[in-house]
Design a protein around this ligand. Structure first.
Ligand SMILES: [Zn+2]
Length: 268
């Protein structure tokens, strides 16, 4: 290693030391790279209208989603509330039952998913799962693991750079990054944790798992199934978490089915 390279590595380590959570997770990205990368992803998504037709001129729909998101973001377990963008957008595509989140907190939800769900608490559980991917910095963990330290150094050197642009482009093409099983289960566990501080039934994501397990043949769920562990395994883990906290009861007071059905009528 040349003296210059060594200097760059030391400089980079000193930058990442400001984000101590990053060091503990062996995530070599400083947190502001999650923010920068998120902006890049968001730009790619917004400019790709064909793939991502963002729902326009329907502020009441976006406000409804943002309101749910903000309740989750008020959880004491959210670490990057003030650093990450945390914006919520709806993609007008009924043929896709999915949602995703970029690094740095840009959350996207397909109308296909909104129409598929039956109550507000389940949607809150899914939004919280997406927020957990951003909070736990799963995307930059994964980029560090897959693309190596050299890319991390390039991306840390002032701008995203060519490789970073490629990664953002590839990820935008896929809709989102494919995380490890461990990261997916962690996102479910954090979703559960976040929801416990809200008015929502923390196990409501189970209704989505149950329904999606029954609809395996649906092409609208194809991307979802190719990027997530089997619904049956996720269901078992959430049921265990519910048992651990004394099996709270789901009811209209924590599922908000009526409110959600009214909202669904407004969807295009
Ligand atoms: Zn996920």
């Amino acid at each position: 290693m040349t003296r210059t390279k060594l200097y760059i590595v030391l400089l980079f380590l000193s930058i990442s030391a400001f984000g101590c959570a990053a060091l503990m997770q062996l995530n070599m990205f400083p947190v502001d790279k999650d923010i920068e990368l998120g902006k890049q992803f968001d730009g790619e998504i917004r400019s790709n209208v064909k793939e991502y037709p963002i729902l326009k001129n329907r502020p009441e729909i976006r406000a409804y989603i943002t309101n749910i998101g903000n309740k989750i973001l008020a959880s004491p377990d959210i670490a990057y509330r003030n650093q990450f963008a945390y914006q919520f957008e709806v993609i007008d595509d009924d043929k896709t039952i999915n949602a995703f989140c970029t690094p740095g907190g840009y959350v996207y939800i397909y109308t296909g998913l909104l129409k598929y769900l039956e109550n507000e608490a389940t949607l809150a559980g899914i939004i919280a799962h997406e927020i957990a991917h951003a909070e736990r910095r799963h995307a930059t963990n994964m980029i560090t693991a897959q693309y190596g330290v050299q890319t991390v150094l390039e991306m840390a050197s002032g701008h995203i750079g060519e490789t970073g642009t490629q990664i953002a482009g590839v990820a935008a093409g896929l809709g989102f990054l494919k995380y490890s099983r461990t990261d997916e289960f962690e996102a479910d566990a954090y979703s559960f944790l976040y929801l416990r501080s809200t008015e929502y039934y923390p196990g409501a994501i189970c209704y989505f798992f149950q329904k999606s397990a029954d609809g395996r043949q649906s092409s609208a769920l194809e991307t979802f199934f190719s990027t997530h562990p089997p619904a049956s395994e996720r269901l078992a883990k959430v049921n265990q978490m519910l048992a651990d906290i004394g099996k709270p009861k789901p009811s209209e007071a924590n599922l908000f089915t009526k409110r959600y059905q009214e909202f669904k009528k407004k969807l295009p």
